[in-house]
Design a protein around this ligand. Structure first.
Ligand code: GTP
Length: 598
């Protein structure tokens, strides 16, 4: 049998350093796809992804490369998502690789997620190929960045490849280097099958599709496979690789990265991290899986039109099939009616899901402010978790509330260190450490409550550092905090969907801010509406939404019909995202007002 030469690798980078562009160049330079096909960025499939410019789902492309010495190689390029919310998915795809191309922007240098990704690569024992990209930029300073790579990551400067994915410089060097330094996947093609599921996806025609990396053995069409976690068995209908289109093959063997379909109706049977083996010749033990990732951010999703409730449930069911980190369960709110409490990996994940529900399923949503999970120890010793502020037990029965903390790594030029510290302090951060990366850039480390990060931390960071700060965080566990539940009353009624948890020391300020914000966001009604913020029975702040005086259109110049129509249309547009809460009409923004508190 002909000896195959296989190289499996990923590209890791901080967001925007050029991962997708380099992947495109690699596909082009290996003639995997033509320039014309390249127009659509192939590795980024979904519309939303293209618009936001971020990569969400993992993909694995097979390509062939003939080295300068004439040897033929099979490469599998495994895509990794770039955003901090998806760190977990990065580590999943890295488990299918032996090497990683580390891209660093020649003008920006090392950033927070560069470090985070390098650590993940090292944990997975990957060979790292350092590349400085965008050397064509006038602001590029490859020498400084090279020094940074040496000082911060201990990378040998002579090994760094200078490249421009845009101008097609250095791509051949990268391809050659892959053949030289990335090890051949170990494993025996005759051994009992061990295929690692690193992603799975639901297709309405073919059932669940498992993306796998074959670590041991061989799998063929017609084989009876067994899931090692559940023992469930299925018959393989198709195996194949992505080129980048799906291409059916007779078999997948050691080192191959591709897909398996086996008429699996329930995507839950193809759990990411599980090992697939053969039923008649099973492997002794499974490959090390992945730790299960728990959602960190929760919010309520409610249809604006309560008739859309069933459609919303279907939408969530469908999205969950391809997104095992999405969680949801039915929830009822006095104010908003029937909806769902949903759990997400982070804010971006939450936004993406909301947007997909609205666009792909055409459902108008009211979303409540995101919350983290609190751990509540009651006076009777019982410990519960609370993911919805309105469900926080009465203060009398609470012994202690604990909240999740993260270790935040913030990288900035030293001019902005003061600004960063001020924000972190305001967000209840505990200063941990500060390291100079070079004579300009500083790595600042804080422990900060996750709930503060979930609010507008990153936005504030960006706006106070002229966009220079980069940011990464990891969960470090729970710590006790002096937290209280703040209720919001409209027209004298507590609106459960508006309750939030706040630190006692900030409660009066935030109460004041929120009632003022509500007054601004909730349109005038036919009657005067008092807005109150309360902790328990105690009102801590109040404002009043005055009653409407005149018809909105009355003030317009008489006769200008088109303008009048525009205004009415605009109002109608706004209406879509309004919800009657008791006797008051509340717009979507009001539910998110707490996110804008400083
Ligand atoms: P995410 O998918 O969001 O993580 O970003 P990415 O790392 O994939 O970056 P992407 O390839 O989308 O590139 C980000 C921006 O940098 C785009 O506007 C690219 O056109 C640009 N870019 C990428 N490589 C180069 C390069 O070599 N030179 C220059 N001048 N621009 C580049």
């Amino acid at each position: 049998k002909k000896q195959r030469k296989v190289r499996n690798f990923s590209i890791i980078a901080h967001i925007d350093h050029g991962k997708s562009t380099l992947a495109d160049r690699i596909l082009e330079n290996t003639q995997t796809v033509t320039k014309r096909e390249m127009k659509e960025q192939l590795l980024d499939g979904m519309d939303l992804e293209r618009e936001r410019g971020i990569t969400i789902k993992l993909n694995a492309v097979q390509l062939s490369y003939t080295s300068k010495s004439g040897e033929e190689f099979i490469f599998h390029l495994i895509d990794t998502p770039g955003h901090v919310d998806f760190t977990y998915e990065v580590s999943r795809s890295l488990a299918a690789c032996e090497g990683a191309i580390l891209i660093v922007d020649a003008a920006q240098g090392i950033e927070a997620q560069t470090l985070a990704n390098v650590y993940l690569a090292l944990e997975n024992e990957l060979e790292i190929i350092p590349v400085i990209n965008k050397i064509d930029l006038p602001s590029a300073d490859p020498e400084r960045v090279k020094k940074e790579l040496e000082d911060v990551l201990g990378i040998d400067g002579d090994e760094v490849i200078l490249a421009s994915a845009k101008a097609n410089i250095g791509i051949e060097d990268i391809l050659e280097r892959i053949t030289e330094v990335v090890p051949e996947p170990a494993g025996d093609s005759e051994a009992p099958l061990k295929a690692l599921i690193f992603d799975s996806l639901y297709d309405s025609y073919r059932g669940a599709i498992s993306y796998v990396c074959v670590k041991e053995g061989t799998i063929k069409v017609g084989d009876k496979i067994q899931m090692m976690s559940s023992g469930k068995q299925f018959e393989v209908n198709e195996v194949g690789v992505f080129t980048p289109k799906a291409l059916a093959k007779n078999e997948l063997t050691v080192g191959d990265v591709g897909y398996i379909t086996a008429s699996i109706k329930n995507v839950g049977d193809t759990q990411v991290g599980d090992t697939i083996t053969l039923a008649n010749r099973p492997a002794d033990e499974a490959l090390p899986g992945y730790r299960k990732l728990n959602p960190m951010v929760f919010c309520g999703l409610y249809p604006v039109d309560s008739n859309d409730y069933n459609d919303l449930r279907e939408a969530l069911e469908r999205l969950e099939l391809n997104d095992s980190s999405l969680q949801y369960e039915p929830e009822t709110s006095q104010a908003l009616g029937f909806g769902f409490r949903c759990g997400f990996l982070g804010l971006l994940h939450m936004e993406i899901i909301q947007e997909r529900i609205e666009r792909e399923f055409n459902i108008n949503l009211i979303t409540t402010a995101p919350s983290v999970i609190f751990e509540v120890e009651k006076t009777n010793g019982e410990v519960t978790t609370v993911d919805n502020p309105s469900k926080m037990p009465d203060p009398q029965v609470i012994q202690e509330i604990r909240e999740p903390y993260v270790k935040a790594t913030i990288m900035v030029p030293n001019d902005y260190v003061g600004a960063v510290m001020e924000i972190a302090q305001k967000k209840r951060g505990q200063f941990i450490d500060m390291q100079y990366l070079d004579d300009i850039r500083v790595n600042v480390i804080y422990h900060i409550p996750l709930s503060e990060i979930v609010y507008d931390f990153f936005d504030q960071l960006k706006s106070h550092t002229k966009g220079y700060a980069s940011f990464d965080y990891e969960l470090i566990g729970y710590q006790p905090s002096q937290l209280v539940k703040m209720d919001i009353l409209l027209n004298g009624d507590t609106i459960d969907a508006l309750s939030f948890i706040v630190h006692r020391d900030f409660s009066y300020d935030r109460g004041k801010q929120i009632v003022d914000k509500m007054k601004e966001l909730i349109p005038r009604q036919q009657f005067e509406v008092p807005v109150q913020a309360a902790i328990g029975n105690k009102i801590v702040a109040r404002s009043t939404i005055k009653a409407v005086r005149k018809d909105v259109t009355a003030k317009l110049y008489g006769g200008d019909i088109s303008r009048k129509r525009k205004l009415l249309e605009k109002q109608k547009e706004g209406k879509k995202r309004m919800k009657m809460v008791g006797s008051v009409e509340v717009p979507q923004e009001a539910f998110m007002a707490v996110l804008q508190m400083g």
